[in-house]
Ligand binder design. Sequence first.
Ligand code: FCB
Length: 449
Amino acid sequence: MHQRFPRDFTWGVATSAFQIEGAADLHGRGESIWDVFCRRPGAVKDGSDGRVATDSLRRRREDLALMRELGVGAYRLSVAWPRVLPHGTGRVSEPGLDAYDRLVDELLAAGVDPWVTLYHWDLPQVLEARGGWPVRATAEAFADYAEVVARRLGDRVRHWITINEPWCAAMLGYQAGVHAPGRMSWPDALAASHHLLLAHGLGVQAVRSAAPDAQVGITLNFTPAWPASASAADAEAARWFDAWFNRWYLEPVCGRGYPADQLAAYQALGLTAPGQPAWLRPGDLATIAVPTDFLGVNFYTRAICRGDEEGNLPRVLQEPGPEARTDIGWEVHPASLGRLLRRLGRTYAGPLVVTECGAAWHDGPGADGRIHDARRTAYLAAHLDEAAAAVADGVPLRGWFTWSLIDNFEWAEGTTQRFGLAWVDPVTLRRTLKESGRWYGTRVRAGGR
Ligand code: FCB
């Protein structure tokens, strides 16, 4: 199936600051929660960290050359908050801002449109020390930071994403403790989820005040929930998962407030106090529901949900699916992307952009020096087919960013997971386009056909 995408469709690749930049000590950069988390024994699978990563701040011309080879028209990157504001608030690091200024100019000169994410998980550690995302002041600090960046780059950057994947930042960071800052508290995680969404709303206003023509959105990650069987318990498990993972973020952004069923479920389980949550102040829901210009959609997999008879929390067991899995263990299930895009087309009143989709497989250079990663190509082809079919059904999908331009630091998985369209040699950091990258480039040049 080779269907058409609109002529003005945006084709891109995505990365994030902590995963690629390196140059940890340049520009007087402050520490982020991820610098600290990486030093915690056992926190990152292979003990790696982001000090060098793919060294992309210094090697930005090499990355740009890859983008030219791919022929993409857009690059989703993130700005590191502690590189711009080493103390989280207050004094701006001009050299830090200059680094992004240069990058933006070089991208534009190469015909690549920068899409800038303001928060991709690297909270300044000084703000975590003052309470982190569970405290409201962090959302207010984010708005000030967003304004600083938009004032400098807003004359050239047309597309902005406030927050990347608030579910991950809140739940993996503050409830499961498997991402920075590694805390484990439901009440804190729920407060964090709210302040991340509040930061989004305040951030949209801040970016627009500095750059009135900016197109601003948020990126949410979605994992569609499928019940393991037709039983009532499994249906409830799927409802719980969907509300916890997807609806808790989508509904407030779409102006519907927090899902009442899930708030009641959290209260019944004692995960948050009864009554109106202390973190929810008058006006917050309106701030979060600020109209946005697009919704960023990150998609990788689905969840098959079975009710946990033991009543453990969350009362959902994720089951392995019948389909193949990527190295990171995520089931390959393209139909879930199509279903998701149709659902979002009905729920969100505006254009959608896939801001991340991709697959981890370790395939490296073969005897011929080329990287034959046919599984990644098949993954992308199947997911693009689903996207094209959704477009044909009238879903207003306007862009696609493959995760990721290059193999990079995969958070708690360290360097063990390779998502890149380009291979990065672990010693020399030399980049080589994989066969999937060549395939994606051909597809991009043909307008997605
Ligand atoms: C997403 C993150 C991104 C990357 C991919 C694999 O959740 O936004 O940084 O780690 O997963």
